[in-house]
Design a protein around this ligand. Structure first.
Ligand code: MGD
Ligand code: MGD
Ligand code: SF4
Ligand code: MO
Length: 694
């Protein structure tokens, strides 16, 4: 490893900035001052030298010919994507002048930041940006697009939104991957599970289509979308009925197990089979396997919580490990997400205390289209960074309409002219994470990492940190918060007395080693007093009861699509459930403009069962119209038996095509899930026909 210099050749330590659980430790290889190769750091305990194909090709993104290098101002119509170069001074002056005018005429809540985790760096997405918008008094953004329903669901059961250490899963004897496509989305969990398999573990995948992970599993169980809670209740029925539960664990560590025992009697296996589409014998076999195998681990994916009933799906599955006493065993339990263990000092970092209007309104990011069109008082300015809402947010039609508003002042800070950036009045160039200093934690493994710049700043780009600091000064904000250096902010973030797991993690340590493991080596949190009202695992949840939701795990049918009763799709205008999860070679919509990765993904497709294809006279490789009441897109049919009849799947968040409409979110609903205002991308139906052309 060479001593650090941005312009030197050699191998440099870095961190993957993407919104991916694995948060890999990277080696950036440089020749003539430029990145020629990115590899996994062999010394990192989880990365172990392996990274995905996307990031092996990161240089194609960093040095992409389309990367924006200087600020620009729109000269064409909104959406047209025509811009001309301006100076930073002009850009900053215009933002300050427009913001001040909007604040004077309409108040500061007429300004809305729109951001997500295009870069997971804590200083850049939960740091200086937050300070700026708090101080400005802008509307708040409720960041609901990814995992809120599931983490709340998990929390209702366990009290904490944190599961087991993934490195323990090499000791699991049964691994159930439930609604997650880990081969594409969390490859190091697959590597850990593979180690467990070598020691005799069985791998089960439960999904609505046989994705890459399903094909790798020992047993793939397909089920109807949105029926996971029913399957889990069917398993509980068998576990209690056949006395496969751990009575002493139930007694000592859970609340409400007697009510649950009674309750699951109303979920007999024949009924569950009718709801889920899983054969009765498979439900029994799965429950017996789960009841007999220890330690067992359930990986609860993000997919099954992007539904109307997403919170309850996760809450219900999260009850299973307690029934067989898994939390007491190394390698036993479940995980939905682990970011809770690595939580930094948000108060010091984000400085909500700078806000002049603590009660400012909050806008649900999933409903951004509607918010731009109908919110009263209206949003007059939107500042987008680290997100591409025109592609990733549901009901794209409304988002696009909102972005078209002539009276909306839109600023986009990104590395590229994304579909969203095409609507910007001002477009600002962002650095890549390799040009920044930042702190990274993982929402899955237990290592915190430091990123220091490994390449010089590209063109006139600014990091989010630098941009929002500059803007704060230009707005005349005098608070010390805007004088903090990146190192100051890292120290503030790590100093979090309310999180014992962060004890002993220091900037000095990170500088020396690159990463540091959280202090996890203490008693398992699940066996201590949990922050539920009983202090125990809440099989019966009084907190849910207070919210007007069923206190016991319950199957709640979807609002759109299969209702658990009728024949799926019978007599419906839009009879097919439409599932649009991520693909292998993009990261949400990031990389969708990198030709090398586009080539591997070929084109946006629609996987459809041969029966459904035949019914519509559709053959493999043919262009089809996919439509519902929200809109229509054109995809290439991929006729496959990897999914159940009645379900169609389109993987990947593609940018708008040159010739055709292909963004899946044109079809998805902006309804809120049962918990936390979460997204319901997968609770939607469509019809498909041969393409009619234009
Ligand atoms: N390559 C790649 N990796 C990524 C991402 C990416 O875009 N590309 N995105 C990152 C992000 S932001 C996230 S949140 C994670 C998400 O990664 P995962 O946790 O794997 O979640 P998803 O890929 O959204 O969905 C996983 C699976 O859920 C299935 N599913 C849909 N509905 C249901 C249902 O009702 N029941 C069941 N059992 N399954 C269902 C889908 O078919 C899909 O195969 O991945 C991260 N990693
Ligand atoms: N249909 C459907 N829709 C989905 C999903 C799905 O499964 N199906 N998944 C949902 C989920 S789980 C998520 S998390 C969201 C993700 O949605 P987003 O967070 O919007 O993810 P990306 O599309 O990757 O967009 C991130 C943008 O940030 C930019 N960026 C990267 N680094 C920086 C930086 O340092 N500064 C600035 N200013 N910009 C930067 C990138 O260039 C990119 O354009 O999508 C959601 N949408
Ligand atoms: S996207 Fe995920 S798997 Fe790929 S390098 Fe980044 S953290 Fe690792
Ligand atoms: Mo996500």
């Amino acid at each position: 490893m060479s001593a650090f210099s941005q312009f030197e050749n050699g191998v440099f330590r870095s961190v993957c900035p993407l919104d991916c659980p694995d948060t890999c430790a990277l080696h950036v290889h440089k020749e003539n001052g430029k990145i020629v190769k990115v590899t996994g750091n062999p010394d990192h305990p989880v990365t172990q030298g392996a990274i995905c194909n996307k990031v092996r090709n990161m240089a194609e993104r960093i040095y992409h010919p389309d990367r924006i290098q200087y600020p620009m101002k729109r000269i064409g119509a909104k959406g047209e994507g025509k811009f001309e170069r301006i100076t930073w001074q002009e850009a900053i002056d215009e933002i300050v002048q427009r913001f001040q005018q909007i604040i004077k005429e309409h108040g500061s809540e007429a300004i809305l930041p729109y951001s997500f985790y295009g870069n997971m760096g804590i200083l850049n997405v939960d740091g200086m940006d937050r300070r700026f918008f708090h101080r400005l008094g802008a509307s708040k953004l409720d960041q609901t697009i990814c995992s809120v329903a599931g983490s709340l669901g998990f929390r209702y059961t366990m009290g904490i939104p944190g599961g087991i250490d993934p490195e323990e899963t090499t000791d699991s004897k049964l691994i159930i991957i439930w609604g997650g496509n880990l081969a594409s989305t969390n490859m190091h969990q697959v590597a850990l599970a593979e180690k467990a398999r070598k020691k005799g573990a069985t791998i089960v995948v439960i999904d609505v289509h046989k994705n890459q992970t399903g094909r790798w599993a020992d047993w793939f169980i397909p089920l109807r979308p949105g029926t996971d809670a029913a399957l889990a209740l069917g398993m509980m029925h068998v576990l209690f009925a056949e006395q496969l539960v751990d009575e002493s664990f139930l007694q000592q560590y859970t609340y409400g197990y007697e009510q649950l025992r009674e309750h699951v009697k109303s979920y007999p296996v024949d009924k569950i089979s009718r709801i889920t589409g899983v054969p009765e014998e498979d439900i029994v076999r799965l429950a017996r396997l789960y009841g007999a195998t220890s330690p067992s681990y359930i990986h609860i994916g993000n997919g099954l919580q992007h539904h109307d009933n997403g919170g309850m799906n996760v809450r219900t599955i999260a009850c299973l490990p307690a029934l067989t006493g898994q939390w007491a065993k190394r390698g036993g339990g479940a995980t939905r997400g682990n970011s809770w263990y690595a939580r930094v000092n948000g108060r010091a970092l984000e400085r909500a205390d700078l806000r002049p209007n603590p009660k400012a309104r909050s806008v649900n990011m999933n409903r951004i289209g509607e918010a731009l069109l109908a919110l009263d008082p209206p949003i007059r300015a939107m500042f987008v960074y680290c997100s591409n809402p025109a592609v990733v947010a549901p009901e794209s039609g409304k988002v696009q309409q909102g972005l078209m508003r002539e009276d909306l002042f839109t600023v986009v800070h990104d590395l590229f002219i994304t579909d969203t950036a095409k609507y910007a009045d001002l477009l600002l160039p962002a650095t890549s994470s390799f040009e920044n200093t930042d702190l990274y934690n993982s929402y899955w493994h237990h290592y915190i990492q430091l990123q220091e710049p490994v390449i010089p700043i590209y063109g006139e780009s600014k990091s989010n940190y630098e941009l929002f600091r500059t803007l704060a000064k230009a707005m005349g904000f005098k608070d010390d918060a805007f004088d903090d250096t990146e190192e100051d902010m890292i120290r503030q973030a790590l100093d979090n007395p309310s999180n014992p797991y962060l004890e002993g993690v220091t900037l000095e340590d990170l500088k020396e080693h690159g990463w540091k493991r959280l202090s996890m080596d203490r008693e398992r949190p699940f066996l201590k007093r949990l922050p539920t009202s009983s202090g125990k695992i809440a099989l019966y949840s009084t907190a849910l009861e207070k919210k007007g939701l069923p206190p016991l795990p319950t199957y709640m049918p979807l609002k759109e699509g299969y209702d658990g009763e009728s024949q799926p799709g019978a007599g419906e205008a839009f009879p097919l459930m439409f599932i649009s999860p991520p693909n292998h070679n993009f990261l949400n919509s990031t990389f969708a403009n990198v030709p090398k990765l586009q080539k591997i993904e070929k084109r946006p497709t629609l996987q459809i069962h041969p029966d459904d294809a035949a019914l519509r006279g559709i053959s493999d490789g043919e262009l089809v119209d996919v439509f519902n009441e929200r809109g229509q897109i054109e995809l290439t049919a991929l006729v496959t038996e990897n999914l159940l009849p009645g379900v169609v799947v389109s993987q990947g968040l593609w940018w708008e095509g040159e010739k055709r409409s292909q963004r899946v979110n044109v079809l998805t609903p902006n309804r809120s899930a049962d918990m936390g205002g979460g997204a319901t991308f997968f609770s939607t139906t469509v019809e498909v026909r041969k393409n009619r052309g234009h």
